[in-house]
Design a protein around this ligand. Structure first.
Ligand code: BGC
Length: 460
């Protein structure tokens, strides 16, 4: 029966933890609307502007590293609570920074929160979800990222529109009109606070408790989130795996973990080398470059965000039914084809008209039901508990470095080799990912985390 493995409490935990994804999406998207206003206010030169934007990414990298060390020591729950506190501090700090340097510091704090959430949120979901629903529950996290991105677009757009109005008091006029970038950041304080409050009611991960020698607590928690019988069986599997792992005292760099590590790193890097963030964040400039007028370009950005969100729901419905590899194949096929044709449109100068928008939407839809969620799902389910957080941190770090690489090189590529070749480079990378997913990635649908060892590590 459904409820045997899928209690309301488990849903509460997974949805709460997924809010980390919403803050990740919001934090990374909000800056795109605020940057022009901040630039004018602080008279930033290009180097300072670059520093403000990249401070978030530097924070992400620190956040991933911190989580790799902290979450085994202080526990998953405290680590994710710390991420929520950092989001809140960053929202307040970015709203009222006394000077530009402290604005950079506050952005970096938010970045640390994003880095931490990008490791701990999907990993906690993987540890709490029942095996047959794990894919869809980690996809909640991807859905939350897309909601966060869209929320940031909407709230930025509303605040910019609102700034055109007249205000009754000088203070309000200063806050919402003259310095409208401040409320853009303040909006993030609301979900951060909700996140922090809801996290207070989630239990610690039973898998972590077992590795810390607290089996009774772990069993008690499992009994509150699974039906009788199911809880005990899962507890036995977790304990058996933990005893074996303690006896072996394994290192994440041991040869036995080479295959899952390669899979995790390649999927993470090639998720980014599909060009997703270039399309999401530079979408409007791509349309402008194609000759579409500025107002429509912004509207298209919202359409892209909405399609991204809607098609993630397809992954939620299908990933546990048809499997990770099926989604990767179909999605990557659509991604490669749409990117190749986008390149052809630029190459032949046929960028006017609706075809470019249609192709970009096909691309986003395919990303949203495949590469987006499946990358996070696979990274978080293929490693055994004793090394999970370290291995997931290594893969997530690779992902953030790839975000940085694309951010650095995309504008350069557009200027030097042009949009057509740039699209074809992304298509080529996605083709490599297709072949890799076909030949090397293994299907993990329906397996418990403890069974993964047999998929990847034991000889067949
Ligand atoms: C990626 C992000 C991207 C987002 C878009 C995530 O899976 O990791 O880099 O911005 O999807 O929805």
């Amino acid at each position: 029966m459904e409820q045997h493995s899928f209690s309301l409490k488990t849903q509460y935990i997974c949805i709460t933890v997924a809010i980390g994804g919403l803050l990740f999406g919001f934090d990374t998207a909000v800056i795109s609307g605020a940057i022009q206003l901040i630039k004018t206010q602080f008279s930033l030169d290009t180097a300072m502007e670059g520093w403000l934007v990249s401070s978030g990414l530097v924070g992400c990298i620190i956040g991933v590293l911190v989580t790799g060390i902290l979450s085994d020591r202080i526990g998953r729950k405290k680590t994710i609570q710390l991420a929520a506190v950092l989001f809140l501090l960053s929202a307040l700090g970015c709203t009222f920074p006394p000077n530009f340097s402290l604005l950079v510091v506050a952005r970096m704090l938010g970045g640390i929160g994003v880095g931490m959430a990008s490791v701990i949120s999907p990993m906690l979901i993987a540890e709490f979800a029942p095996a047959d629903k794990r894919g869809r529950m980690i996809a909640y996290y991807q859905l939350a990222i897309t909601v966060g991105i869209l929320l940031a677009y909407f709230s930025n757009a509303l605040l910019i529109k609102g700034a055109e109005g007249t205000f009754t008091s000088e203070g309000l006029s200063w806050f919402f009109k003259t310095e409208a970038w401040r409320p853009m950041f303040l909006v993030m304080a609301i979900p951060s606070l909700v996140f922090l409050l809801l996290l207070g009611r989630i239990p610690e991960s039973p898998r972590w408790l077992v590795t810390m020698g607290q089996p009774q607590k772990a069993l008690a928690i499992l009994q509150t989130i699974r039906m009788a019988g199911v809880a005990e069986k899962e507890f036995e599997d977790i304990s058996r795996a933990a005893t074996k792992a303690t006896a072996d005292n394994r290192s994440v760099l041991a040869a036995a973990f080479r295959l899952p590590l390669i899979i995790g790193i390649v999927l993470a890097v090639f998720q980014q080398f599909s060009g997703i963030n270039a399309i999401i964040y530079y979408g409007p400039s791509i349309f402008e470059a194609a000759g579409i007028d500025k107002n429509n370009a912004l509207l298209f950005q919202v359409i892209i965000g909405a399609v991204n969100l809607l098609f993630t729901i397809v992954a939620i419905k299908w990933v546990d039914k048809y499997g990770r590899k099926f989604l990767l194949f179909t999605g990557l096929t659509g991604i490669v084809v749409s990117l190749v044709f986008c390149g052809v449109l630029f190459y032949t100068g046929n960028t006017q008209g609706p075809l470019l928008l249609v192709l970009m939407l096909v691309y986003i839809a395919c990303f949203a039901f495949s590469l987006g969620p499946v990358t996070w799902i696979v990274i978080n389910e293929i490693f055994p508990t004793d090394i999970r957080v370290k291995a997931v941190s290594i893969c997530t770090l690779a992902l953030w470095i790839a975000v940085w690489v694309v951010g650095q090189f995309f504008p350069w590529l557009i200027e030097n080799v042009g949009p057509a070749v740039t699209f074809w480079i992304f298509a080529g990378c996605s083709l490599i990912n297709f072949v890799f997913s076909w030949k090397v990635v293994k299907e993990t649908k329906g397996k418990t985390l403890e069974e993964m060892e047999n998929v990847f590590i034991a000889p067949h």
